[in-house]
Write a protein that binds this ligand. Sequence first.
Ligand code: PLP
Length: 381
Amino acid sequence: MIHQPTIDDPESRRPTSVEVDVGQLRRNWEAVKAFVAPARAMLIVKANAYGHGLFEVARHLGPRADAIGVAVLEEGVLLRRLGITATILVTGGIWTDQIPEYIRHDLTMTASSVGRLQQIAQAAAALGKAAKVHLKIDTGMERVGVHYYSAEALLEAALRCGPNVQVEGIYSHFANADAEDLSHARLQLERFLEVLRFYERRSLPTPLRHIANSAAVLRLPESRLDMVRPGILAYGVYPAAHIPRSLEVRPALTWKSRVVYFKVVRAGDPVGYGSTWRSDRPVRIVTVPVGYGDGYFRSMSNRARVLIRGRSYPQVGAVCMDQIMVAIGDDSAFNGDPVVLIGEDGGNRITVEDLAGWAGTIPYEILTAINTRVPRIYRNA
Ligand SMILES: *Cc1c(COP(=O)(O)O)cnc(C)c1O
């Protein structure tokens, strides 16, 4: 295997960095757990823990979670290599060739078809090991999972797949728990509960049942079942702006940079690629070393705002790959002045939701897009 030095070394002193408040993450997670008790809670850490750092989040919060959820095999393998021993469910679809890897690393698989279950049983027998499985029922998302209307065959097969396969859970996923109208989410829950009656009818023990993401945790208490699977809420961000703030969680991530250049631009002289912005009077402009190559979306060009010494200023011109320009009017700024891209300064605040609004996307994409080129610094660990 090729070992490459990583660029996200916190010792690098790159002026652009993400700070993660581990103490806040812990408080968020405790708040979520208390909110859903007695249901168990699986912490979702896919996509670099929503940008907060896969390993550090799993290391600090994993021991306080009943299980950890990732999206792809490689995330689970990485956590195992780093010594994380918790139950890890991989929620994505399985590519057959990778089944032995799941088993070798004791990663819980998502099984969505009878054929897949058989392949898992064969691979486990060949390795002489036990494979752990959660069955996935599609109740209206059309992503992975056996359709709720043809799930019975899978549940049947799961009863007969032999001693090498441990069917520990059964789950589904909401498509619209964050929508204003909850009728589709309620329908999905009903469909899931109907599938689960299979066990009741046969007086069989039901595997661990789960369906609730963050939005459902907040809005559909009846969907908590045996376990919930919150992601974004644990990071202190609400899944959508219209959802009432019924749970006290706060963002744990701050994105900062520094002024690295200052100049005065003459009236009428255009700024940046494509010359998309100019001022009709002389203007003071600073350059900040962050760009779309770091995950600061180009679609925010001429819309975003940043805080410099606690004051809010507009980003001007097109966002470059590695730099942005900010107009500071007649104010002054100096090389090294702190710039807040996400976070608070001087009573002002820029939120993940603000960036999502400027970029025309959702908070999830803003967080997960912050590139690994940006070093992560952990506080209050
Ligand atoms: C991403 C994901 C979650 C968490 O979703 P949030 O909206 O961040 O709470 C839960 N379950 C599955 C299957 C997911 O893919």
